[in-house]
Design a protein around this ligand. Structure first.
Ligand code: MEV
Length: 440
């Protein structure tokens, strides 16, 4: 049986589902009922979700959790996190509470510039191209006014347009390298619309530029697109405390704890295999808040990892020091986020998440997200350098194992109690469940 279809996107939702279940599933009714289980009974809400993307066949749920007790620049937050990994919210909450009692997190937005580029090929004389660029620059801006006007009224817009010569990398390759301020919007649509207009004007005006030869007039636009690399849209988050306040654990001195912790950070600074996992832990916190607030986590991921390699080798995003009796732990990362536009005004849970955060500006959200990442890394390193990660991780994973083994509510209560003092693995949980069942 053929498993391809043309005109799929034009089918109704129920016809799409029929085709999917008939083509790919032996138990068609079971497959259909799983898809239906996740539909929302509120038709308007379901339609809203259906229309976010093409070919929607159901909704994909992730838990939305909250991590309370974050103190950021003196203000308390409960941070919403959408994530499936069992231990992430618990770790964030623990780190938040720990630092709440030590003055909280300090965060600062260092810059907010975003970049977009028109990539083009020009076969000709560079000096003439430069003359043409100088002559057309104002027109690029004027012809984009219908797009930039309202952003400019709010204080944002196009900051600068540069001509960049990239012929060292590829013959005849140049760019219009444009920087933008997009205020509370992530800005992807705004930037891409501006760039496409610049490209149009640039190409059309080249045809009229008298100094150009026929070849030179034919500027070939390859593409116009924002960059998700935003090293000048940067936020810094930090915690610090006197060394004597650093540990609650009587079995380890604060200085030993700090030194081991700092060593772990140094390893991630120099060793890419470790740095990737270290930064992955940071992204556990970052992605969860980015997702809960309706932002583009793929853009954030791509930009953050590029930034982590900016010095030529993939390295830790966080840093730590112990100087003059003060422990300091900090991170600077690029984050292009929005609190208006995109899903932010559309998705009811995103609206709720933003309200929970007291309707932050994009700058405030940058600070909150960076703090969630730093907190996550603190929690991970604290576990890794003391008890090991598995103890906490497996405790949080216990409920997933119990669910896999079809434990009932009563069994879950008893076994959760039991595993407060026993180590969790799939086999120990399975044995404990069997032994409980045999006793009853
Ligand atoms: C697991 O999701 C994240 C950690 O591996 C991060 C780390 O190793 O730092 C615990």
């Amino acid at each position: 049986m053929t498993k391809t279809i043309s005109g799929f996107s034009k089918l109704s939702k129920s016809k799409k589902i029929d085709w999917i279940v008939n083509t790919y599933f032996s138990n068609k009714e079971a497959a259909k009922s799983v898809l239906e289980q996740y539909w929302n009974s509120n038709d308007n809400l379901q339609q809203l979700h259906d229309e976010f993307i093409e070919n929607t066949i159901t909704n994909y749920y992730l838990p939305l959790g909250v991590a309370p007790n974050f103190l950021i620049n003196g203000k308390s937050y409960t941070i919403p996190m959408a994530i499936e990994e069992s231990s992430v919210v618990a770790a964030a909450s623990k780190a938040a509470k720990f630092w709440y009692d030590r003055g909280g997190f300090k965060a600062e937005v260092l810059s907010t510039t975003k970049i977009g580029q028109v990539h083009f090929m020009f076969h000709g004389n560079l000096e003439k191209l430069q003359l043409f660029f100088n002559s057309v620059k104002d027109k690029l801006i004027t012809e984009a006014k219908p797009i930039t006007k309202s952003m400019e009224q709010r204080g944002g817009g196009v900051l600068a347009i540069e001509l960049r010569n990239k012929t060292n990398a590829i013959d005849n390759y140049y760019q219009l390298h444009v920087s933008f301020e997009t205020l509370d919007a992530m800005g992807a649509n705004f930037i891409n619309s501006c760039l496409e207009q610049f490209a149009k004007t640039f190409k059309a005006e080249a045809q009229l530029f008298e100094l150009f030869s026929e070849d030179e007039k034919n500027i070939e636009i390859i593409m116009s697109i924002l960059s998700n690399y935003v090293p000048d849209c940067l936020v810094r988050a930090e915690v610090s405390c006197n060394i004597e306040d650093l540990t609650e654990d009587k079995t380890i001195s604060a200085t030993d704890f700090a030194n081991t912790f700092i060593q772990a950070v140094k390893i991630a600074e120099v060793e890419p295999y470790r740095a990737v996992t270290h930064n992955k832990g940071i992204m556990n916190g970052i992605d969860a808040v980015v997702l809960a607030t309706g932002n583009d986590f793929r853009a954030v991921e791509a930009g953050v990892h590029a930034y982590a390699s900016r010095n030529g080798s993939y390295s830790s995003l966080t840093h730590a020091s112990l100087e003059n009796g003060v422990f300091r732990f900090w991170m600077e990362i690029p984050l292009a986020l929005g609190t208006v536009g995109g899903l932010t005004n559309l998705h009811p849970l995103v609206k709720l998440a933003l309200e929970l955060l007291d309707k932050p500006s994009a700058k405030e959200l940058m600070q909150i997200v960076a703090v969630a990442g730093l907190a996550q890394n603190f929690a991970a390193l604290r576990s890794l350098t003391t008890t090991g990660i598995q103890e906490g991780h497996m405790k949080m994973h216990l409920m997933n194992i119990l669910n896999l083994l079809d434990a009932n509510a009563d069994e879950k209560i008893k076994l959760t109690e039991h595993f407060k003092t026993h180590s969790v693995s799939h086999s120990t949980v399975s044995e404990a469940l069997q032994s409980l069942r045999s006793k009853n």
